[in-house]
Design a binder for this molecule. Sequence first.
Ligand SMILES: CC(C)(COP(=O)(O)OP(=O)(O)OC[C@H]1O[C@@H](n2cnc3c(N)ncnc32)[C@H](O)[C@@H]1OP(=O)(O)O)[C@@H](O)C(=O)NCCC(=O)NCCS
Length: 203
Amino acid sequence: MQYGGFIIVRQRLIVKTKSMELKTDRLYIRPVSVNDKEAIFEYRSDSETNKYQGWIPQNIEDTEIFIAKTSKELNVPGTWFQLVITEPESGLLIGDIGIHFKDTGNLEVEIGCTLKKGCQGKGYATEALKKVIDFLFMDLKKHRIVTSIDPDNTSSIKLVERLGFRKEAHFVESLLINGRWVDDIVYAILEKEWGNNKTTENM
Ligand SMILES: CC(C)(COP(=O)(O)OP(=O)(O)OC[C@H]1O[C@@H](n2cnc3c(N)ncnc32)[C@H](O)[C@@H]1OP(=O)(O)O)[C@@H](O)C(=O)NCCC(=O)NCCS
């Protein structure tokens, strides 16, 4: 039994590190695939829900290009890696998480999260991000995670503050999004600050 358990743990570690497939109590998180294009287009094209986002697809082809441009390999400096959040029972895709592996010694990442409108307000983003952040700090040994938010995006601000991120900066009209200059707030968290938020089942 003990031997069998060891093998299972080893297999889980190998699978996680190569493909970044993560499970939480209610969610299954995995890398995006081209087969997800319709599901992603459905909620990402909702311009009202995504009004603070820089990318709003106009059609399925835009979504296909977006998926094709994301890195196929995890942890490559200078690339974005895209995960999707699914409900394991229904198999429904309910959102996504982007991870930008920055060039800064490959010790810093930027993250962003989007949920389908009908799946917001249930704690899914918090649950998924906790697991992803655990993975970034514990498995990939990152030092710092940052995120960039429009000051009017209150749901997003509440989300990162709930996760323990600190507000580090407020840049004024620093981003041109959808033809409009907008302010940008930067939140960050260090590995040593993550501490009590760690989800033990990921260890
Ligand atoms: C940012 C975004 C992902 C946040 O989603 P969210 O649903 O507010 O966050 P969570 O899924 O963690 O849900 C938290 C809410 O669910 C509530 N909740 C309900 N049931 C819950 C449960 N079982 N467990 C935890 N929280 C629960 C919480 O109280 C909280 O509500 P509150 O914000 O009113 O306090 C979402 O607003 C979004 O996709 N916005 C559009 C895209 C965007 O702008 N992204 C940011 C750019 S990077």
